[in-house]
Write a protein that binds this ligand. Sequence first.
Ligand SMILES: Nc1ncnc2c1ncn2[C@@H]1O[C@H](COP(=O)(O)OP(=O)(O)O)[C@@H](O)[C@H]1O
Ligand SMILES: [Mg+2]
Length: 141
Amino acid sequence: MATQEFITHSPEETIALGRTLAAMLTPPKVVLLRGDLGAGKTTLVKGIAEAFHASSADDVTSPTFTLIHEYGNGRVYHIDLYRLDTPAQVATLGLDEIFDREAVVLIEWGEKFTKLMPEGKIEIHLDSGGPDPDTRQITIG
Ligand SMILES: Nc1ncnc2c1ncn2[C@@H]1O[C@H](COP(=O)(O)OP(=O)(O)O)[C@@H](O)[C@H]1O
Ligand SMILES: [Mg+2]
């Protein structure tokens, strides 16, 4: 996939971009969402989940503590591995079984456990490092 780059200037624009990017995500698909805390990973998931008619944006919340959220009867999974430290902890989640499903699986902090991520995954990078606090550079592919 050729790399595509986008700039958003507000959370609403990032949600809208998530709706657009969803067209590029044909299930089964695993997507690593990469970027610092507050970069907008969870915000982007709101738009993706909406596009799959899996959830309203407001009902998508961070799975920081719950680790896995499932939306739309398993059409979309949203996983956050930030709080996990070891592959053994990740193994308890049964991710392989989720990866086998006909779903779009969106993972925050999956790059901490590269060996446990499936082949064929794609990556979306979110960068909040610019001078404007509300600007995000979002790269897919
Ligand atoms: N352009 C933007 N896109 C996404 N979030 C933004 C943007 N500008 C400001 N924000 C704010 O940045 C934060 C992003 O939070 P969140 O999506 O939970 O990040 P992450 O999941 O990467 O930790 C929110 O508080 C949001 O309001
Ligand atoms: Mg998040």
